[in-house]
Design a protein around this ligand. Structure first.
Ligand code: NAD
Length: 475
């Protein structure tokens, strides 16, 4: 596809963005296609008999690159799911894992279904049957392919899938590692539920910590001084909004869901809004804000940072000129189409790309997978030992100085790390390191030209993937 061609599908859009980065690499003929093409895609169809009817469901699982195993990526349950989505999202997973240094290949899949139309009993039957179809073809297993939640799926579906895998492979001691994003009671890890939103927060913190990045993008002040609009109030959008408000004191001025959005220049109380939505199912009627039925128009309001955290293609040819934010942090996968991406870059809008910003989910999934293979919670061996060591240090200081160590220092030193502390520390480290690398690459590449973050991110990923694939003689 040439630079000027307009990509028609999600997969083409991703492919165009990768091509832009590939232009900076000296690659042998054919290598581009070898890296971009999905290794394998499976489509399954299966009937389910309900009390009064039989329905046929269609699902997909794509493995974009198995240069590292297992291949990793979510399962999406959505009426718009198709093979193109599976392939595009699987490719994003490959690049994402490489950027944040997670030793997985990329995969993604899903079922074409509107989960709202089925009750829990029906969803369980459909999910278990879909899992069965994938398991028997080796498209789910701890060693080869490990799903996680995405749009329309959650801990609940992951629990059903894991149990289906265990029932088929009772001899597999590592069955818990066949999915990530499970409930903690079934071997999930603390911090996975909110990991993607937490990662979005850490990405923005990393950006503002690096003063030159924020200044270059035209920002004054820190993250806490910014006004933010968030599209999507599901797993990713809600936690990102909550943490940015609670910890960074950023002002969330707009929140958008599929059935409408709310806006307030004074800022929106995210916990109160979340509570309201949980009780009433809508944001309409929430006190002290303006409700807009055509919620996505709120993305066009004045703000400093826009966080699209819903679906792909949210910012496109028809609304891109109205976007006023100076920074777009792509929490969703593929929220800017290729055309929108170009238009935003031309206008000098900074984009932190999806393959970096929403990597928190797969980073913590990696911790969960390792925890499942080791069959032990992180911190279990060392917590009390660290506590005792800390106590000795505090006692030694007090003996030598004849003064008491202030309570807050004592608490911090004496407290042994719990699993959630270690997960947050590991996630923060991965997001900081990846940002540092992206920032360095964008300034060092190509004769004084400063690259955009997306191209820099893809360059980092492509170099790692191409090295691994050529070592394995895959290209
Ligand atoms: P979710 O289903 O929990 O939430 C999606 C939200 O988007 C909902 O609030 C919904 O109302 C809103 N939405 C859907 N269509 C919309 C539209 N047309 N206009 C406005 N709002 C709309 O999904 P999620 O898990 O939060 O995932 C959101 C995005 O983040 C997806 O692109 C997904 O691939 C990506 N992502 C998710 C994870 C994860 O761990 N869940 C990890 C990485 C990336």
């Amino acid at each position: 596809m040439s630079e000027s061609e307009v990509p028609e599908t999600f997969r083409d859009s991703v492919s165009h963005m990768v091509d832009r980065a590939m232009g900076y690499l000296d690659l042998p003929e054919g290598a581009r296609e070898a890296v971009k093409t999905c290794d394998s895609v499976i489509q399954v169809s299966f009937p389910i008999r309900f009390r009064d009817r039989i329905e046929v469901f269609k699902g997909w699982r794509a493995v974009h690159s198995a240069h590292r195993l297992p291949a990793k990526g979510g399962l999406r349950f959505s009426p718009t799911m198709d093979q193109d989505h599976a392939e595009a999202l699987a490719a994003l997973m490959t690049y994402k894992c490489a950027i944040v240094d997670i030793p997985f290949g990329g995969s993604k899949g899903g079922l074409r279904i509107d989960p709202q139309k089925y009750n829990e009993w029906e969803m369980e039957r459909i999910t278990r049957r879909f899992a069965h179809e994938l398991i028997q073809r080796d498209y789910i297993s701890p060693a080869q392919n490990v799903p996680a939640p995405d749009v329309g799926t959650s801990q609940r579906e992951m629990a059903w899938i894991m149990e289906t895998y265990r029932d088929r492979h009772p001899e597999d001691l590592d069955h818990a590692a066949s999915v990530t994003g499970k409930p903690v009671e079934l071997g999930g890890i603390r911090g996975r539920l909110e990991a993607t939103g937490r990662g979005v927060q850490y990405a923005l913190q990393a950006f503002f910590r690096e003063g030159s990045a924020a200044r270059e993008a035209g920002f004054e002040g820190g993250l806490g001084d910014q006004r933010i609009i968030i599209q999507g109030f599901g797993n990713v959008g809600y936690y990102a909004a909550r943490f940015l408000q609670e910890d960074d004191h950023a002002k969330i001025v707009g929140v958008i869901k599929s059935d409408g959005g709310v806006y307030s220049e004074d800022g929106i109380d995210i916990e109160a809004l979340h509570d309201y939505v949980r009780r009433s199912g809508t944001m309409e009627g929430f006190a002290g804000v303006e409700f807009v039925r055509d919620g996505n128009r709120i993305m066009e309001r004045e703000c400093d940072i826009l966080i699209p955290a819903a679906l792909e293609g949210a910012i496109h040819r028809d609304n891109v000129d109205q976007i006023q934010a100076r920074l777009i942090a792509e929490a969703a996968n593929g929220p800017c189409t290729w055309e929108a991406d170009q238009a935003l870059r031309d206008r000098g809008v900074t984009i932190l790309p999806d393959v970096y910003v929403n990597a928190g989910g797969v980073i913590v999934s990696y911790f969960e997978w390792v925890r499942n293979l080791s069959h032990m919670r992180f911190g279990r061996l060392e917590r009390r030992y660290d506590q005792a060591q800390g106590q000795h240090i505090v006692s030694a200081i007090e003996m030598m100085t004849n003064e008491s160590v202030p309570e807050w220092i004592r608490d911090a030193v004496v407290r042994g790390a719990e699993e959630i502390d270690l997960v947050r520390s590991g996630l923060d480290d991965a997001m900081r390191e990846a940002f540092r690398e992206m920032h360095e690459v964008r300034e060092m590449e190509s004769n004084g030209e400063v690259l955009d973050y997306r191209t820099a991110a893809y360059l980092i990923a492509l170099r790692k993937i191409i090295r691994a694939r050529s070592d394995l003689k895959l290209i």
